[in-house]
Design a protein around this ligand. Sequence first.
Ligand code: PRP
Ligand code: URA
Length: 206
Amino acid sequence: MHTEVKHPLLQHRIAILRDVKTDCKLFRELVGEITRFLAFEALRDLPTEPVSVRTPMGEAAGAKIKGHVVVAPILRAGLGMLDSMLEILPYATAGVIGMKRNEETAEPIPYYLNLPKAWPDSYVVLVDPMLATGGSACDAIATLKKNGFSKITFLNVISCPEGIARVEREHPDVPVFTAAIDDRLNDHHYIVPGLGDAGDRLFGTL
Ligand code: PRP
Ligand code: URA
């Protein structure tokens, strides 16, 4: 299942994000802001438990988030989304998944993994700004499942039909929330029109 989150506040930021003239500092700020909007939509079903809160005026019935929330960025570019997620989920833990695409084949090569313990009530929010062939996302999801995580939601900024189809085929239980579904992949496995290489734009390594 996938959802393209459409909102003028998001679309405005994505237009600036894509712009080849947008510098590194602004690019980082925009990825952070877009992540907050995406999370607001994607985490509607985050489990909660009822609580009662004493206000200066009396008792209020409320809800607090239940369970162990884990934010899992795919390195490098997923790091651009991590701080925003931890700002809105300050009690969450982070699990890091290092992966680098082979430039010829686009096959992901795993190089680092550090995950917290998986609990029965763990809820993972996997983050990566780009969903191209879907290889990195699918491998990351398979790794999370192998390590005991079963409830996983994927947040992404720019995707394309090929990547979405692959995640839906290999991991139909993982909802994908994306801010834009672009036209296609080019011969070098880059999203068109996309925004170029998200990691390079975030970290200034162009
Ligand atoms: C990019 C991006 C995703 C992946 C998407 O990472 O951040 O992780 O490519 O492509 P895919 O859907 O075809 O797997 P990259 O491997 O370039 O590493 P980087 O973030 O370190 O630049
Ligand atoms: N990774 C990126 O950073 N950009 C793309 O277009 C595809 C993969």
